[in-house]
Structure formats: C-alpha cells, structure tokens
Design a protein. Structure first.
Lengths: 379, 283
C-alpha cells in the first residue's frame, strides 16, 4: 500500500512540469477566454456585458434555440430509428414513418433557425465559417484521395521508396512562412508568375489568382462568355484566391498523409493478401475488401487531424491574403486576428474565438460518432 | 504464359514509377523555382525566363543585410534551441508515467492532454497574452520581449507527449524488471535505459518542435514589439512586404529561412519518417 502511494507520487512528479504548462497555457486560456468574452475589453477590462457579444456574433438567441430544438429532434429521430430497427427483423411501416415525420419539422426548424442567425449575426463570422467550409471540403477529400494513391504506389514500388518519401515530405517540413511566400509569388496576377505561365502554356487566359475575389464558377461562366449570372453563383462557390490557398494546403500535407498511410499499409498482415490471391480476387476486390477496411483507422485519424487543422489554419492564409481577395479567404481565425490587431478588441475577439472552439468541439464529436462507427479496427 | 505475366508486371511497375515521378516533380517544382528566382536579376523575374543567365550571389548578401537577417536568425535559433530542449524534457517526463506506470486518474489526464490538440492558437492567443503580461509584472525576470514568453507556453506539447507515449509503450516490460532487480528507480531507468532507445521518437518530436518554433508568426508578433527577440518568420514577412516587387530578393530571403530546417531534415530524415509513422497508429 505504501509503495503504491510512492509510485503515484513519482508518476505525478514526472507529469508535473508538462501539466503545469499545459494547464496554464492550454486549458486555463479557455476559461479565461470565456471570462474575457463576457466583458467589454480593449487594452484593459472595461464593463461586464454578459452574453451581449455572443448575440452580436452569433445572432438572435431565439434562432439559436430554434436550431438546438431542431437538432435535438433529429437526434431523437435517429435514436428512435436505430431502436425500432433493432427490435424486429422486418421494420414495420410505423417504424419507417415515425422518424420521417419527426425529421421534416426538425429540418425546417434547423434551416429556419440558421437563416435567422445568418441575418442577425456577425457577417464576418459567418463568412469565416463559409470560407472554412469551402476550404475543408476542397482540401480534405483531394488530400486523402491523392495520398492514398501515392501511398499505394509507394507500397508497390520496389526501389527508391526512401528517395520518393524524402521528396514528398519536403513541403511539409519547409517553414510555412517561406513556402507561403513562394506560393504568393507563384500565384500572383503578374503575367510572369508561374501559374499564369502554365495557364498560357495550356492556351488559357491569364488569371488574378490570389487577388481574385470572384468565385471559380463565375470565372468559368465568364470564360464561356456568359456575363449575366445570378448572385448565388458568386456566393456559393469558393473564390479563385481560396482555391489557390487550397492547392497550397494540399501540396503541403500530401507528404505527411502519404507517409502515415504507408505505415498503415505496411502494417496489414501479408496472409490476408495471400488468402485473397488463392480465392482469385482481382486487384480492385483486394483493394476494396482488404486494403481499404484495414487502413480505415489511419484514414479516419488523418481526416480528424485534417478537419481540426483546417479550422485552426491561420499562418499561411495570413501570408497569402491579398487586398484583391477581399474577405473571400478570411477564415474565422483571420477574423479573430483582425479583432485583436486591427481593432484591439480583446473582448469581442475572445467571443469569436470561443464560438470557434465550440464549433471544433461539436464537429470533432460528430465526426467521431458518425464516421467513427464505420471504421474497422480488426477483429 | 510466364513471359506474359512478366510483361504485365513490367508495365505495372512503369505506371507506378510514372505516377511517383509526376508527384515528385509537383512536390519539388516550387523549391526549384524559388532557388532559380533567387539567383535572377530583377529584370529576369519580370520576363518569362526560367533560369538566370548569370547567378546573382549578391541577392543573398542584399537580402541578408537589408532584412537584418543576422539578428532574426540568431533569435530564431536561440528560441528553437530553448523550445526544443524544454519540450523534449517535459514531454519525455510526462510520457513515461502515462505509458508505463499505474496511477489513479491516468486515463483522464491523458484524455485531457489529447483534448488540448483541438484548441486553435487564435483561441488561446488573447488569454495567454494577458497571462504572460501578468507574469511579466509579477516575476523577477521579464517575459514580454524576452525568451520566456516566446518559448515557455509551447513546452507543454500534447502531440509530443502522445508520440513519445506511443513509443514507450512498446518497450518490453522485462527491461524494467531487470533494472529494478539491479536496484534502479524510475528516474535512473528512464534516463539510463529508456532514453538511449528513444532516438527516433525524440528526434521526431525535436524536429516537429523545431518546425513549429520556426513557423511561429502570430504569437511572436503579439509578445514582442522590438526586433531584439523577433524570430525569422516575422523578419521575413516584414521584409517581404517592404521589398514589394523585388521577387528575387524575396526568394533569396525565403531560401535563407528554409535552409536550417531542410538541413536538419536531411540529417535525420530516416528517424523522422520512422517516428512520424508511429503517430498514426492506434494504441
């Protein structure tokens, strides 16, 4: 008994330095950010304002309740369906209809609520979320798909594995500040920029790249000679500037994803493949039924890292941000940074930061509960 | 029959290497271009040429002097050295009990540590600045405009702890039993037996910390207001926005800022890729 206590004391003593720093600069700031967000706070603390700044950021609380109610109903419907389906072998008509009846008003509530929030909330914040969404959807599937392919190729190649891995990894280890500056020049609107030279080589018109705030859909229409388009064509697609930044992000992270996936591929026991060969499975069947399920935990891990990463993204966007792109590349982190540096408004910056934090928390939780179930961890 | 399958195999390998080569070129083109442009004259960067007609070494001299890179370089190296050694020590100490000791609350502590990975820097920025300012007033040495503010907040690294824990869990239990019979305690076991085995993961964590410290931009801008302790990222960004259209000088600056990291990477790349592969494994 006495020895156990000594063991525990040693364990905590070992943990102490890291825990002190993590608590002071990792956990405490969240509590502190919340405290700051409840105050008017420029350089110094001014007055207590409660949730006023949250209303300014997110929008009318009534719409928040609406969204929450809708989300709760959807959750209830999903649970109900799972329960009803689990009960009997053949789901009855009743068990099929109830979730739908629940889902329709729930969806209406969510849509209505979100619409209200967009109208009453901070335009900059919601623009930030929209940009972040484009950014995540643009990077993650491409990044994971391409690195899966590369890892597969590397896995198959006999020689030069180390050499290719070394090259693929270069973008990841290069200081962001340097590579982002290089990309800023590669994607500059000048006719001599690398991107424009490549475009000219393909016989296409010059673009303004990082300086272009128009959406890629608009540019495509214009290239086809259509100048008359509804406003949503510009609103509902990422700008060319954001696409350029997306390309940068993919370029940086493919190497990292590839190396990790390669480790995942190498960890698959050989006898699975041998068994498949005996059964006469073709390459696609092998990939679909053995490789993919067995690397799915790795893919899942990478997608989690990537989602959190795109929501945290800041440095390279800050560097590649141009006046020409207007707010079409301003993710939430950028909006927060502007509040700190441009407006010196620590109180409101903390409010936005806290909203971002809650969003990441909810997303990670959702991703874990929805995608996490589909991941195969072996027998 | 046999020869047919060999031809098929050859074709397959050809396709594999073509795919790999295309990707390798894509990965390296920006570097090649950065290098080429850094040796050009201003005129050449504006014309559509791909290579400089004459190598302009003086770009590097100009960039180095104009941007005061000497000072920034020294700052960054110092900051990196402090941050890397602090992070390595703290993380190894924390990872050891999490991986190999039994104590109450271990799993909760580990979960909380991992949860901090989700927190964006922009969330912690304002409160940490306030904390650091408070420490600046209440501690015997300066935090702002000094190394503590730039390094200490990063020494508790969840990712490093996670990676080292993954590795430590793989060390056979017999080693500990043998050490205990010889009368060694946890401290001696960790530093005399485990430490030498941790080459790859420690180098990996060190490399990550080095990259992270080299990349830091927002935080250093906040906690320094004189060039005395400003790192190279801040210096390069300032230089780039001041240099305006002088692409050749910007690129020379980017090359200068990249060299140390790439140098370290080439030296330890085998251990690094090995260590990094561990970060994706569950356990």
């Amino acid at each position: 008994m006495k020895k156990d206590i000594k063991e525990e004391a040693i364990a905590w003593a070992f943990l102490l330095p890291a825990l002190v720093v993590l608590t002071a600069f990792g956990l405490f700031p969240i509590v502190y950010a919340f405290y700051v967000s409840l105050h008017r706070w420029h350089i110094k603390k001014a007055g207590f304002v409660g949730f006023d700044q949250y209303v300014r950021a997110v929008g009318d609380p009534d719409f928040v309740y609406m969204c929450l109610l809708g989300a709760a109903l959807i959750w209830l419907g999903v649970r109900l369906r799972a329960k009803l389906e689990g009960d009997g072998p053949a789901p009855s008509l009743f068990s099929r209809i109830v979730p739908f009846v629940l889902a329709l008003p729930a969806l209406w509530l969510v849509v209505r609520g979100l619409n209200g929030l967009l109208e009453t909330g901070d335009r900059q914040l919601y623009n930030g979320f929209k940009v972040t969404l484009f950014y995540s959807l643009g990077t993650i599937p491409v990044q994971l798909g391409a690195s899966m392919l590369l890892a597969y190729l590397l896995f198959k190649s006999l020689r030069g594995k180390g050499f290719f891995r070394l090259l693929f990894f270069l973008p990841y280890v290069t200081p962001v500040i340097a590579s982002a500056v290089v990309f800023r020049i590669i994607f500059s609107p000048h006719p001599s920029s690398l991107a424009n030279r490549f475009w000219a080589f393909c016989g296409l018109e010059q673009q303004r790249w990082l300086f272009e705030s128009k959406s890629v859909a608009v540019l495509l229409l214009q290239a086809c000679g259509i100048t008359d388009y509804p406003a949503w064509v510009n609103e509902c697609f990422p700008s060319l500037a954001l696409v350029s930044i997306t390309l940068y992000n993919i370029w940086v992270y493919i190497g990292y994803d590839t190396v990790i996936l390669l480790a995942g591929l190498s960890a698959i026991p050989r006898h699975y493949y041998e068994a498949a060969e005996i059964d006469g499975a073709n390459a696609w069947q092998v990939f679909r039924n053995i490789t993919l399920p067995l690397v799915s935990p790795t893919l899942f891990f990478l997608s989690m890292v990537a989602v959190i990463g795109t929501f945290k993204a800041f440095n390279h966007i800050y560097i590649m941000r141009t006046p020409g792109a207007r707010d079409s590349v301003d993710v939430v982190s950028i909006a927060i940074f502007d509040q700190i540096f441009q407006y010196q408004n620590a109180g409101y910056a903390s409010t936005l930061a806290f909203v971002l934090f809650i969003t990441i928390l909810v997303l990670t939780f959702l991703q874990n509960s929805v995608l996490g179930k589909r991941v195969f961890y072996g027998e | 029959m046999e020869s047919k399958s060999i031809t098929k195999r050859r074709w397959l390998l050809g396709a594999v290497y073509t795919g790999l080569s295309i990707s390798a070129v894509t990965a390296t083109v920006p570097f090649v271009w950065m290098l080429l442009a850094s040796f050009m004259t201003r005129g050449e960067t504006l014309r559509r040429v791909f290579a400089p007609s004459e190598i302009q070494w003086k770009n590097y001299l100009l960039a180095w002097e104009e941007a005061d890179f000497g000072l920034y370089f020294e700052n960054s190296l110092l900051i990196a050295a402090l941050q890397v050694s602090g992070t390595l020590l703290f993380s190894l100490l924390a990872a050891y009990p999490l991986a190999r000791m039994e104590f109450r609350g271990r799993d909760i502590v580990f979960a909380v540590i991992l949860a901090t990975l989700m927190i964006p820097e922009t969330v912690t920025m304002v409160p940490n600045f306030l904390t650091v300012s408070w420490l600046n007033r209440h501690s015997p040495f300066a935090w702002l405009n000094n190394w503590p503010a730039l390094t200490v907040p990063f020494m508790g690294s969840a990712f490093s702890i996670f990676l080292l824990r993954q590795f430590l869990r793989g060390i056979p239990l017999e080693l500990w039993d043998a050490a205990r019979i010889d009368g060694a305690g946890h401290v001696r076991f960790l530093f005399q037996i485990v430490l030498p085995l941790c080459r790859a993961p420690l180098l990996t964590v060190g490399m990550f910390t080095f990259i992270g410290s080299w990349n830091a931009l927002g935080w250093p801008l906040l906690v320094t207001n004189t060039p005395d302790w400003r790192p190279i990222s801040v210096g390069l960004l300032q230089f780039v926005s001041e240099a305006g259209a002088e692409v050749h000088l910007q690129m020379a600056g980017a090359v200068i800022a990249t060299i140390p990291v790439l140098l370290v990477y080439f030296l330890i790349q085998r251990e690094f890729t090995e260590g990094i592969s561990m970060s994706g494994l569950k356990g």
